[in-house]
Design a protein around this ligand. Structure first.
Ligand code: IPM
Ligand code: MG
Length: 351
């Protein structure tokens, strides 16, 4: 049996801490289910820039293409805040997404058992929230040309092709079939041409999925509805920038951004990372919430290694730790909290 190979890209800030936590969980899964998994580590982001290398070294990209799955921590480092865009840690993330063709970014957000009151919303509003966001990840404003900045003005371009909308729409509808069969496509069709195309294409794709209900919602309405009726959503399908913003909001809604995992998928290797950033203010303190990254590792097991039972067992282990009352600082609301390591140990023990 050939071993699975996983590339770890710890990156910046709390990235190394949360990736180490998820690696422990993956090793425990390999042990328990008798899989062979080999781990290699690559550099990315500010960590690479600090070695005088590009934010995404070629060697990291080569290793990424060869891996069965990639687990990334976070990139971002305030010491590069004034650097030109291409020499910022974030450039690595944009490039690896593009180079690997990771056009579909899945960001599930749900209330974890035990955390019904952890967020800013009343538990009765949050109850039943379980949504899956499909964020388009390789198009839109993030990549559109022309782009540029001069002294007095700056410009970016939002551009989408039919093909780009269609391929992610299909994935969202397929996913909805395995859930509650409802897709909410989010756009700004009252103002933007790209959104009008988005609406036309998603409507056309929807005809191939008559068993799935499709509705269209403007992005401002969606932002509002996420706060007063989050449980009304099943699959949310949206473009890159809207998805970036709405997914942070979804994180706050379910209690903490630290809980949110993500999977970035294309036609080859997948990349898995927590939705949160590098959190430089708490880096190195051992208090980061590892759940977003551990849940991302579960998604890696599910989508890249096709190990569904193993993925579910990791998610159940997270639930067990939360039901037992363990809270990292972001979830503790000033009450008693546990360290990254304590949370991880409890999850490993529950496997
Ligand atoms: C995310 C992040 C990234 C993005 C940044 C770090 C470039 O916010 O993955 O949501 O905007 O895509
Ligand atoms: Mg973001």
């Amino acid at each position: 049996m050939t071993p699975f190979s996983i590339l770890l890209l710890p990156g910046d800030g709390i990235g190394p801490e949360v990736v180490a936590a998820a690696e422990r969980v993956l090793r425990a899964v390999a042990d328990r289910y008798h899989h062979q998994i080999t781990f290699t580590t690559g550099v990315i982001g500010g960590a690479a820039l600090k070695q005088g290398r590009p934010a995404l070294p070629d060697e990291t990209l080569v290793a990424a293409r060869a891996a069965d799955g990639i687990l990334l921590g976070a990139v971002g480092d305030p010491s590069f805040d004034t650097a030109p865009p291409a020499q910022r840690p974030e450039a690595a993330l944009l490039k690896i997404r593009r180079e690997l063709g990771l056009y579909a970014n899945l960001r599930p957000a749900r209330v974890w058992p035990g955390l019904e009151s952890a967020g800013p919303l009343k538990p009765e509003i949050l109850k039943g929230t379980d949504l899956l966001m499909f964020r388009e990840l390789t198009g839109g404003l993030y990549y559109g040309e022309p782009r540029g900045q001069s002294d007095d003005s700056a410009h970016n371009t939002m551009r989408y092709s039919r093909h780009e909308v269609e391929r992610i729409a299909r994935r969202a509808f397929e996913a909805a079939r395995l859930r509650r069969r409802r897709v909410t496509s989010v756009d700004k069709a009252n103002v933007l041409e790209t959104s009008r195309l988005w609406r036309q294409v998603t409507t056309a794709v929807g005809k191939d999925y008559p068993d799935v209900t499709l509705d269209h919602m403007l992005v401002d309405t969606c932002a509002m509805k996420l706060t007063y009726a989050p449980s009304s959503f099943d699959v949310i399908l949206t473009e890159n920038m809207f998805g970036d913003i709405l997914s942070d909001e979804a994180g706050a809604v379910v209690g903490s951004l630290g809980l949110l995992p993500s999977a970035s998928l294309g036609d080859g290797v997948g990349l898995f990372e927590p939705v949160h950033g590098s959190a430089p203010d708490i880096a190195g303190k051992g208090i980061a919430n590892p759940i977003g990254t551990i849940a991302s590792a579960a998604m890696l097991l599910r989508y890249s290694l096709k190990l569904e039972d193993e993925a579910v067992s990791v998610e159940k282990a997270i639930e067990t730790a939360l039901i037992a009352g363990l809270r990292t600082a972001d979830l503790a609301a000033g009450g008693a909290s546990v360290s990254t390591t304590e949370m991880t140990e409890r999850i490993v023990a529950a496997l």
